[in-house]
Design a protein. Structure first.
Length: 205
């Protein structure tokens, strides 16, 4: 028996959409000298969000933790096989393939942020090329992620985009998380606001 249950806590959802917005904004301002300040500020916010998610992956709620979705290749192959047979395995949180995608996005995001900081401070051409390459790879993975979410929504007959907005999916009551984690969400917003303020005031490198 399934019902509407809370799966994604508020910090996880805020992180998801803030990361998407900061990456999109940084990408759009990457080639403009006029908007270089905005680009750098968004880069700092992007890096702060990645750092938060790494911590939240250790101490967050049930489905935010890495231990809930980081698996070996066996479960990933089994899940993909269930998709091909049109009998998809149901997972309240990230499915095994989605879990690998999360790790890849975090890894590329970290590489993009670190190479961007290095390129901005050292001003070496090869660092700029490395930064652009990492950002390009992440953009490609983002498009793959969007496509996978749309396909999964159709196969599972569940709106995964809406779930990442309101936090609810279909599942058994035992699979639900208890709290939305408002305090941690407030801390995340405070972190973003603090980085933005520090950047505007010139307190960051």
């Amino acid at each position: 028996m399934t019902k509407r249950i809370l799966v994604w806590d508020l910090p996880t959802r805020l992180f998801h959409w803030l990361l998407a917005a900061s990456f999109a904004g940084a990408w759009l301002t990457a080639e403009s000298e006029r908007w270089i300040g905005v680009h750098v500020t968004l880069g700092y916010i992007f890096a702060g969000l990645i750092a938060f998610r790494l911590v939240w992956g250790l101490i967050g709620s049930r489905y935010a933790r890495f231990s809930s979705f980081v698996t070996g290749p066996g479960p990933v192959a089994r899940y993909l096989g269930s998709i091909l047979t049109f009998r998809p395995e149901h997972h309240a949180g990230h499915n095994p393939a989605g879990g690998w995608a999360v790790l890849a996005l975090l890894g590329l995001g970290l590489a993009t942020a670190l190479s961007g900081f290095a390129a901005y401070t050292v001003r070496a051409h090869w660092l700029e090329e490395l930064h652009e390459g990492a950002a390009g790879a992440m953009l490609a993975l983002v498009f793959v992620h969007i496509g996978a979410v749309l396909v999964s929504s159709l196969i599972h007959r569940e709106n995964l985009v809406r779930a990442m907005l309101n936090g609810f999916k279909r599942g058994s009551p035992a699979e639900a998380i208890r709290r939305k984690r408002w305090i941690a969400a407030g801390a995340l917003l405070a972190l973003v606001a603090g980085i933005w303020t520090a950047a505007v005031q010139g307190a960051l490198p």
